[in-house]
Every structure is written in structure tokens, then in C-alpha cells.
Design a protein around this ligand. Structure first.
Ligand code: GLU
Length: 294
């Protein structure tokens, strides 16, 4: 059972809670092809597909290759193969759609969509060019040095979205009520970097909006991003935000999260070592304590 402050909503309780809040469920699995699929992804996929199936909803597969320096086609191919092998088949943009070549589910092919989302914000004077580097920031917060410099939105400079101070409150499906002030967290949001890459925060918010996601289920590490993504979604015209649910990450040790570089957790490595898909899913369930959603 869930009570605020005293733990997570899980299993059937989570399904019932989401069913009461959502009439239509469209959710997504959104890996970045910057490494191999590992048990952490499998945990997320169990939540995403498990909840979608329990709620009679659909799953969209989005390939988050917005970072063109880090994303690689061979990682994408391996991700698709691993998902197929595990039996996670998307309803929208399934693996086969990516294998055909061009696919609208790939963020690197959505530049026109991101520019269209940006246009009204830029016209309203809410976006500015920025020459600062990370070293100019106070911790994670950008202090606004270039806000008044009138640097045009050219290639070769960063593009930032002005964020006014203010709280975003949301009721996390797993964690309960949350409050975040995006401006206090990160200052004006970098939406495109000086290399011309759209940033995760911007494209995730745009895609979740234009693709009509009603439910976003992802790991706890992304909880701090949610207020800013809700804010961006509202600024580009989304009336009511998606419902967000952030699940626990599986940890390597009490303080270290599992990462792609941990050889023993890669899906392909486990498969190579003779594990069946059911073994891998059972291991992910066991490590994360996932209960049945039905
Ligand atoms: N692409 C992100 C990742 O691989 C997931 C983003 C999201 O679910 O919002 O961690």
C-alpha cells in the first residue's frame, strides 16, 4: 500500500492508481543508442510494457539519438535486437520500422519538429544565444550571463530558453506529490548546444507533447528533469501534462547505480553466457522487486 512518505505505490496499487487518472494510455520506451541495453533498461521496459498491457494502452519506441557525437548506429541495431530477443515489441515505431531506414521515431530525424516547437518561443523573445561554457555555471544552475547580450540563434552558440521562477507541482504515480522549481534547479534551460545537438530536456518534452504521451514511466535518476519538462511542455502549448512515474533504479552497490559499462549486466553479455530471455527478465524483476501489475 502507498501512503505519502512511507514508500512506493507498486504492482496492482500502481495500476489502479494510474487507471483512475488516465482514460487513454500511451507511453514510451526511450533508450539512447550510446551503449548497450543493460538490466536497468530491462527494469524500465518491464514497467513500461507491464503497465501499458495492464491498462490496455500502447507503447511507442523512441530512439533518443539527439546527441550526435555519442549516438551510434551499431548501438541502435544492438538495442533493437536485444528488445526483440526479450520480447518487448512496440505498438508504434516497432523495431522493424527503424530497420527499414528512415523512421520518425528517431530524434535525429525530427529536427523540423523541434524547430517548429521552438519558433513561437523564439518569436516571443524567450530564447537567446549563449556563449557560456559549463565552467561559467554555478553548479548545475546557469546564472543567465548571456540573457541580456542579444546573441542571435546561430550555429556555434548554445540556445537557451528563459525560465521564470515558479514551482511545478505534480503527483508522481509511484512517489506521490512532488514540487520542483526548474529555474532554481537549472536556470535558463539549454535547449540546443553549440555543436547543434538538441538537448535531452527539450526534445523529450517536445516529443512527449507532440507524440501525445499520456504516461511517462522512467527511472528515479530522471525525477529532477520532470519539473522542467512539464514547464517546457506547457510553454509549447500542452494544456495538461503527462502523468509521470519514477521507479527505483537497480544498484550495483548501495550508492552506485548500474551502468552500461558494467559488463555483467549487459543483455547481450548475459545472452552470450547462455541466459534465456526469461532468465534475464526474471533477474531484472528480482533485483528491482517488481510486482505484477495485473
Ligand atoms: N533516453 C533516456 C535514457 O536512456 C530516457 C529518457 C526518458 O525516459 O525520459 O536514459
Amino acid at each position: 500500500m502507498f501512503a505519502s512518505g512511507d514508500g512506493l505505490r507498486t504492482g496492482r496499487d500502481l495500476t489502479d492508481h494510474l487507471r483512475a487518472r488516465l482514460s487513454t494510455v500511451l507511453t514510451r520506451f526511450a533508450p539512447a543508442p550510446t551503449g548497450a541495453l543493460h538490466l536497468g533498461h530491462v527494469v524500465n521496459a518491464i514497467y513500461v510494457w507491464g503497465l501499458a498491457r495492464a491498462l490496455g494502452g500502447r507503447v511507442l519506441l523512441r530512439i533518443e539519438d539527439h546527441d550526435r557525437q555519442r549516438a551510434r548506429p551499431e548501438f541502435e541495431r544492438a538495442l533493437l535486437d536485444d528488445l526483440d530477443w526479450l520480447g518487448f515489441e512496440a505498438d508504434l515505431y516497432p523495431a522493424g520500422a527503424y530497420r527499414m531506414g528512415r523512421c520518425d521515431g528517431r530524434q535525429s530525424e525530427r529536427d523540423a519538429i523541434y524547430r517548429a516547437a521552438l519558433a513561437p518561443l523564439a518569436a516571443a523573445g524567450l530564447v537567446y544565444g549563449c556563449r557560456c561554457s559549463r565552467a561559467d555555471q554555478a553548479g548545475d544552475r546557469y546564472v543567465g550571463t548571456c540573457r541580456a547580450r542579444n546573441i542571435p540563434l546561430d550555429d556555434g552558440v548554445g540556445w537557451r530558453l528563459k525560465l521564470d521562477p515558479g514551482i511545478e507541482a505534480f503527483d508522481d504515480g509511484l512517489l506521490g506529490p512532488q514540487e520542483q522549481d526548474p529555474s532554481a534547479q537549472c536556470g535558463d534551460l539549454l535547449i540546443r548546444d553549440r555543436l547543434g545537438n538538441w538537448t535531452y530536456q527539450f526534445v523529450a518534452a517536445v516529443d512527449d507533447t507532440v507524440q501525445g504521451m499520456t504516461l511517462v514511466v522512467r527511472g528515479h535518476d530522471l525525477l529532477p528533469s520532470t519539473g522542467r519538462q512539464i514547464r517546457v511542455a506547457r510553454m509549447i502549448g500542452r494544456a495538461a501534462p503527462a502523468v509521470f512515474a519514477h521507479h527505483p533504479l537497480i544498484m550495483k552497490t548501495a550508492t552506485q547505480k548500474l551502468s552500461k559499462s558494467d559488463g555483467d549486466s549487459g543483455v547481450a553479455d548475459l545472452r552470450g553466457a547462455g541466459w534465456s530471455a526469461d532468465d534475464v527478465i526474471a533477474r531484472a524483476r528480482e533485483l528491482s522487486g517488481i510486482e505484477s501489475f495485473e
